[in-house]
Design a protein around this ligand. Structure first.
Ligand SMILES: Cc1cc2nc3c(=O)[nH]c(=O)nc-3n(C[C@H](O)[C@H](O)[C@H](O)COP(=O)(O)OP(=O)(O)OC[C@H]3O[C@@H](n4cnc5c(N)ncnc54)[C@H](O)[C@@H]3O)c2cc1C
Length: 491
């Protein structure tokens, strides 16, 4: 481990270098031995080259792709990130930021340098309108701190699982899995400003007004142009409680009729749905939630008017509701070795005009193995007009008010790696995606495990490709950032 203290002190392990020919990081002793070693810059944080540190970041939640980096940066500041990106850029060393590594197909892995963003996790400012936070902070920690304000506040959009990093979800989009979607955009729609380090190693601030091309390229930008180091995130008043109505169906048409009723009801604040593989019948479940402050209570009769299923009602304090999925994942982590299970996830956007027909085709084709004992089929409705950013990519407008993320979040029954299972499910994902794109206009939500060629990426970006490619060339001219998704060939 090399720290600023080590660098400045008289210790034998004074600085780490990079072997320009062998393309590996070396200790100071080795660096002293030859002229082909470049000296790494001084840091306030640490650069680790030991096997344990590198192995610990060699895979992600998917356990499908394994790529051990040559070094791990535990940054003490954005300046450390800038210095190391400049160094890597000069020597053609690939770099990836790592949030919580909850993407599942190597998106954040690297053979060069991995930057562990979790070391930058402070809240710098919080007031009644926004919070300025480090990108490595978890959404649950921001939600908790916002709720402690007087009156209590919340980010307008929260993902289903909130143990994800702010930088990680802002790099993919951030769909409101537990809060948001019906009356908000995605998490990227509620960011006022970012501090980033570009692929050229320059620290920049950007917003809708300031360097908007950089702002556009970074939000939902899959880490291609810059590393997010800070974000200014909108906060809104938080409710006291959440009343959740759970409705169950085995019939696709009845499920969609009620889903469409509920997402349009002014009394309903959030909706998501689950589906299972037929066994022998599929099960569809709607979770519709109304937020409220006592003494007022949600009008259950108005919420449920005309729906065909009987609702099971749950009522919880707001923060308990926000952490519903976190409790489930924590339990699986304790009991089933969750982090080591194989997760070949399939995630696509569909528009309102195609989703019902698509699910009518998809769900009967699934077997229980396609989801697995700890997996889930999920549907997240999102009001289209409230999404304001160029990324993430979404289906073309079709005159309807909603778009949906559909997930087949497959989880293996035993800890991996399991190359045969991974290969089978990656092949399935390729097949599902090709069919959904061709016949239903689906668009990838790139958090999961769908193999993509460079041509697939170009098709994915469509008319936005030239602007995205231009931003990549401008802000990451050496092409060192985030090679995991395989969007750009190294220049
Ligand atoms: C249980 C579970 C529930 C989920 N629920 C939802 C949901 O409701 N809605 C939703 O939208 N998604 C959901 N996701 C997906 C999740 O949003 C993405 O996988 C997200 O990228 C995870 O954040 P992370 O911190 O783990 O990012 P990582 O996986 O670490 O990073 C994702 C990508 O962004 C890059 N990156 C990370 N940090 C930065 C940074 N600071 N600057 C630039 N690039 C960076 C990485 O290199 C990588 O390419 C869920 C995932 C899980 C496992």
């Amino acid at each position: 481990m090399i720290s600023r203290r080590g660098f400045l002190g008289a210790s034998a392990v004074a600085v780490v270098g990079f072997d320009l020919f062998g393309h590996r990081w070396v200790t100071a002793a080795e660096a002293a031995a030859g002229p082909s070693f470049a000296k790494a810059p001084p840091l306030s944080g640490e650069l680790a080259v030991d096997a344990a540190a590198r192995e610990a970041v060699g895979t992600d939640l998917g356990n499908i792709v394994h790529r051990r980096p040559a070094a791990v940066l535990r940054p003490g500041s954005a300046a450390d990130i800038a210095a190391m990106i400049r160094f890597c850029s000069a020597h053609g060393i690939p770099v990836s930021a790592r949030g919580q590594a909850h993407t599942t197909y190597g998106q954040g892995l690297s053979t060069g340098l991995v930057i562990e963003m979790r070391h930058l996790n402070r809240i710098h400012r919080i007031n009644d309108r926004f919070a300025e936070v480090d990108a490595g902070i978890l959404w649950k920690d921001l939600a908790g701190a916002a709720y402690e304000q007087s009156p209590p506040l919340t980010p307008p959009v929260l993902t289903g699982y909130t143990g994800l990093s702010v930088g990680g979800t802002l790099s993919v989009g951030g769909v409101g899995g537990i809060v948001g979607g019906l009356r908000t955009g995605l998490q990227v729609d509620h960011v006022q400003e970012l501090e980033v380090v570009t692929g050229a190693g320059v620290i920049e601030r950007c917003s809708r007004q300031r360097k908007p091309d950089l702002f556009d390229a970074v939000l939902g930008g899959l880490g291609q142009c810059a590393v997010i180091t800070k974000a200014v995130i909108q906060l809104v008043p938080a409710p006291q409680r959440a009343r959740n109505f759970v409705l169950q169906y085995s019939d696709n048409a009845a499920f969609f009729r009620d889903l469409r009723l509920l997402i349009d009801r002014t009394q309903v604040d959030h909706v998501y749905a689950e589906f299972t593989a037929p066994d022998p019948e599929p099960v569809y479940k709607i979770h519709a939630t109304a937020f409220y402050d006592a003494p007022a209570t949600p009008d259950a009769a108005a919420i449920l008017a005309g729906v065909s299923a009987v609702a099971v009602v749950e009522d919880t304090p707001y923060l308990d509701y926000v952490l519903t999925i976190d409790r489930l994942i924590d339990f699986l982590r304790e009991t089933e070795d969750w982090d080591r299970l194989v997760k070949p996830w399939y995630d696509v956007w569909l528009s309102d005009s195609t989703i019902e027909q698509y699910l009518a085709e998809l769900v009967p084709s699934l077997t229980p193995r396609d989801i697995g004992p700890y997996g889930a089929g999920l549907i997240y409705p999102q009001r289209r007009e409230l999404t304001t950013r160029p990324a993430p990519r979404r289906p073309a407008p079709d005159g309807s008010s909603f778009v949906y993320v559909v997930d087949v979040n497959t989880v293996s029954s035993a800890p991996g790696p399991d190359p045969a299972f991974s290969a089978e499910m990656l092949e399935r994902n390729k097949r599902l995606y090709a069919r959904a794109r061709r016949s239903y206009g689906a668009v990838l939500y790139p958090i999961g495990s769908v193999p993509f060629t460079e041509q697939d990426w170009r098709d994915h970006y469509g008319s936005a490709w030239p602007a995205f490619r231009a931003a990549k060339r401008r802000y990451d001219p050496a092409g060192v950032l985030t090679s995991g998704p395989g969007i750009f060939r190294r220049s």
